[in-house]
Design a protein around this ligand. Structure first.
Ligand code: GLY
Length: 372
């Protein structure tokens, strides 16, 4: 079967769905393809954290982009909630990052100082102040930094909303429709092929998370996105063990609007293996109870794992693919897909519409990986 669209997007996770929504909003006809179910890969596996100050190690484009993404969230959520009619559970009530020893306290102090120099509102807390904020926090936490602007969202609801809002604007989605190949003439892609259909197109976006590199390879483009497994636990059976996101040296706790606490996460280089392991569960349980000792008795409601799309420099790959005038990437968001995906989608859509890519940091350009 042969069909057509202005833009075909490979991957219906958060980045692909955001591209679809933003392009459809700008009047493009869009086909969104996913080899499985929309939003069920890394997007579903995340904890929904929106925490660029907590996650980023240094000044630079990643921090700037992350903060811009965080600040764009409230308006996007209002817009999506109005479109779909359900709550996306955006909670920007802060992150507490704690230290258990002097070495970590020093590192936390240094980070707090340079981030404050940049103008961010971060509060240094002594042990008593940490426990005032989080009464169940371990007695072994000696100090912490509270970052009031950050928080979390239901990543599942967000992904669903983006897809629904894109479809409401005319986008078409096909699930269980993995991209098998491309038809090209010189430096242009003219069609995208799945097992069942060929989609003629004016442009293509690769937003296939950890599998993006495999798709780019079919175009002869080097896009070294690798899978980095993260295992998670959903803990329950206890009223409000934490009020905010709490981040420690070996893991984090994310209180979700549904009353569960998500405990994350492992960082594992195990290829495309997506299953959870006993060792991973044990590590997460230990990290969670180190932060809040009562969590040792919490019920594990479920455990799951996902594959983060990592790149060699931990920066996303956003922009035109080298050698093609109409193929783009919106991928490689690694530990920050939920935070960055919506902004990447908007900026890619704006750039594809205007031809001006200057709003996306040059450091994110896929051409930085060179050729094979
Ligand atoms: N952003 C948290 C993680 O990737 O584990």
């Amino acid at each position: 079967m042969s069909r057509g669209a202005d833009v075909v997007i490979a991957g219906a996770g958060i980045a692909g769905a955001a591209c679809a929504y933003e392009l459809a909003k700008r009047g493009a006809s869009v086909v969104l393809l996913d080899y499985g179910k929309a939003g069920m890969q890394a997007t579903n596996a995340a904890a929904g954290m929106l925490a660029p100050l907590t996650e980023t190690q240094a000044r630079g484009p990643m921090l700037d982009f992350g903060v811009e993404a965080l600040r764009a969230y409230p308006a996007l959520v209002d817009e999506l909630q109005a479109a779909v009619g359900f709550d996306l559970e955006l909670r920007l009530n802060g992150v507490l990052k704690v230290a258990f020893d002097e070495a970590l306290a020093d590192a936390l102090r240094r980070r707090c100082a340079w981030q404050r120099e940049l103008g961010f509102d971060l509060r240094w807390l002594n042990d008593a102040e940490c426990r005032e904020l989080e009464p169940r926090l371990s007695e072994h936490a000696i100090c912490g930094v509270f970052s009031p602007e950050e928080g979390n969202i239901s990543n599942q609801r967000l992904a669903l909303a983006l897809v629904r809002a894109a479809v409401a604007r005319g986008a078409t989605i096909h699930e269980r429709a993995g991209v098998r190949g491309f038809a090209r003439t010189r430096g242009r892609i003219v069609a995208v092929k799945t097992a069942d259909a060929t989609y003629a197109c004016e442009a293509v976006i690769i937003a296939a998370g950890a599998r993006s590199g495999q798709l780019a390879a079919r175009l002869g483009v080097r896009l070294p996105v690798r899978p980095v497994r993260g295992q998670m636990l959903a803990l329950g059976g206890m009223r409000a063990p934490v009020r905010h996101i709490v981040w420690g040296p070996d893991g984090y706790l994310v209180p979700r609007a549904n009353g569960l606490v998500f405990a994350g996460s492992t960082v594992e280089d195990v290829g495309f293996r997506r299953r959870t392991t006993r060792a991973g569960e044990r590590r997460l349980r230990a990290a969670a109870s180190r932060l809040v000792p009562q969590l040792a008795a919490a019920t594990v409601h479920f455990a799951w794992a996902g594959l983060r799309p990592g790149t060699p420099d931990d920066l996303p790959a956003i922009g035109r693919l080298p050698g093609y005038e109409n193929a783009y990437a919106a991928t490689g968001h690694y530990r920050n897909g939920i935070l960055l995906g919506p902004l990447s989608g908007r900026l890619v859509a704006e750039a594809m519409t205007s031809g001006d890519w200057s709003a996306i940091p040059a450091a994110f350009g896929p051409a930085r990986f060179g050729t094979h």
